[in-house]
Design a protein around this ligand. Structure first.
Ligand code: PMT
Length: 364
């Protein structure tokens, strides 16, 4: 990588063959040259103890990766590149794995969606909107643009003065049944110790965590371990040796960023770090015509068990399972009526995976 403010012309985003200044990282050289996250040992030790408890309890263990990784542009990071993913796929899938009796090691991007709390996320379904305050004065009708200025918003001081310390907070009646069922499932899982979370932000943290969890913690589960790699992982990064220490300064023209390729970690995961586990990866494309070929290519290249292909805009109602047994893919789709009734495609995905994992264990 080089970070050089270029006078002109403006850079064009393009892929090129590595130049002499670029390093081609193998997984081994990546881990030998990039710094391990400071919390790695602690995270892995607590995950190892947790996996041991799950194995003792006779549970299968799934590692769900979820959310997008970032690539910092500075050591004292102000700017970074991000990969698209809200964490919906991972968080939703984790719930269905738990309902099927799996223990879930949920490795997610910090602040992305999480199992159970995802139902009341700030953007989709704000939690405060499901609550009501007893004896609250009736709310005025929403103001139209013309009348809005004539209704003054209550000041913070007025709000404070009106506080009734005995006021009861209740859940809106039309939300109670749903919230109760989410809460019941969440409490049951907490009591059972079947969910453990670890977080990452950068692609570096993701890679170090994945390798260490695979080699150390997950290996305890043997063939009962399943990898469900739904995170969106950066393909390019800046090695720390080439990073600017401080915030990149503006005012010197355009910025050229030349990034190195992140080594593909699915192959070492399949061959070395976790040779005994059932490994499922996701493939996201925006061009439908590329989905099947790219999913097949990933399967051939990395030698793992299954690729689930999804297209950006249709990913919530259809995915395609590509395996060596079904190289042309098998589509799994939600019917329109199922979608309208609130059914989620992850329920179908996990049902199918549990079946395939069981058959694979039995075949061994
Ligand atoms: O969270 P949502 O908003 O619901 O979105 C979910 C999703 C669309 C992000 C998810 O369903 C999905 O498709 N995730 C995979 C995204 C993707 O295609 O990433 P990729 O092409 O960079 O990687 C594909 C696979 O290769 C991944 O399993 C990854 O582990 C692997 N990979 C990636 C980078 C890398 N350096 N080495 C790898 O082995």
């Amino acid at each position: 990588m080089s970070l050089t403010p270029a006078p002109s012309p403006p850079p064009i985003l393009s892929n090129t063959k590595p130049r002499k200044t670029q390093t081609e990282f193998s997984a081994a050289s990546y881990f030998a040259t990039q710094p391990a996250p400071p919390t790695l040992d602690r995270d892995v030790a607590s995950a190892r103890e947790w996996v041991q408890r799950q194995v003792t309890a006779g549970r299968r263990v799934v590692l769900v990766t979820s959310g997008g990784t970032t690539v910092p542009l500075e050591l004292n990071v102000v700017r970074f590149l991000d990969n698209f993913s809200a964490g919906t796929r991972g968080a939703t899938s984790a719930e269905y794995f738990l309902s099927q009796g799996y223990a879930v090691l949920f490795m997610h991007r910090q602040h992305s969606l999480q199992p159970y709390s995802r139902h009341y996320s700030h953007s989709v379904h704000p939690f405060l909107d499901v609550l009501e305050l007893e004896h609250e004065p009736a709310q005025p009708e929403p103001a139209s643009p013309e009348t809005a200025p004539s209704i003054p918003a209550p000041t913070h001081d007025q709000d404070e003065a009106n506080i009734d310390p005995n006021a009861q907070i209740t859940v809106r009646p039309d939300t109670q049944a749903h919230l109760a069922s989410v809460l019941r499932a969440y409490k049951r899982v907490k009591r059972s110790d079947a969910l453990h979370t670890v977080t990452f932000v950068t692609v570096n943290e993701y890679l170090f965590l994945l390798r260490a969890l695979a080699q150390d913690a997950l290996s305890l589960a043997g063939r009962g371990a399943l990898y469900y790699l739904a995170a969106a992982v950066s393909d390019f990064f800046l090695p720390t040796q080439k990073m600017s220490e401080h915030k990149i300064q503006s005012g010197k023209g355009t910025l050229n960023i030349e990034m190195d390729q992140v080594p593909k970690i699915l192959r070492p995961l399949t061959e070395d770090w976790s040779a005994n586990a059932f490994i499922v990866s996701f493939k996201l494309e925006t061009d439908m015509a590329l989905l099947l070929p790219k999913a097949r290519q990933a399967l051939d290249r990395y030698g793992h068990h299954l690729v689930i292909g999804n297209e950006l805009h249709t990913r919530k109602h259809q995915v395609v399972f590509v395996s060596r047994a079904e190289p042309d893919g098998r589509w799994v789709r939600l019917e329109r009526t199922e979608e309208e009734s609130g059914k989620e495609i992850e329920e179908l995905i996990i049902q199918e995976l549990v079946l395939q994992h069981s058959q694979w264990i039995a075949a061994a």
